[in-house]
Design a protein around this ligand. Sequence first.
Ligand code: ASC
Length: 144
Amino acid sequence: MTLRALLILPVAASLLAACSAPNDAAIYRHSVFHTIAWHFGTLAAMAKGSQPFDQATFEDKANILVNLSALPWEGFQPDSAEGSDAKPAIWENRADFDSKANAFQEQARTLARLAAEGDQQAMLAQVGEVGKSCKACHQEYRED
Ligand code: ASC
């Protein structure tokens, strides 16, 4: 390797990293969304019938979801779309994005309330409503 190549490589590598690697804010929100998907996955499996219904587990997961649903939003910092699936439209339509984020949190709170009340049919139906509120945002604001 020539001296020139040795000098250029680190510069090229850092430029490439700046262009394509997710930034810390994106890594933060991705980790929260993955954690949400993990817990929601159990609820969705119960709603689909691919996992047996269990009241205690359902209640536990619904409460976890309420707490997690408040967390991703501070990760959508200005100029943090780079290297992620977040569409620039988030920052162009911030009020709409925020209202969809709030709708998801509201649906999660309803899920936890229904879980505490213990009407199994209502709880399982509400899983679908939570899923719809995830999807509403993904359709407009996430690259698929
Ligand atoms: C999930 C997950 C999503 C949502 C969505 C709901 O578990 O990872 O993106 O639910 O599929 O429609």
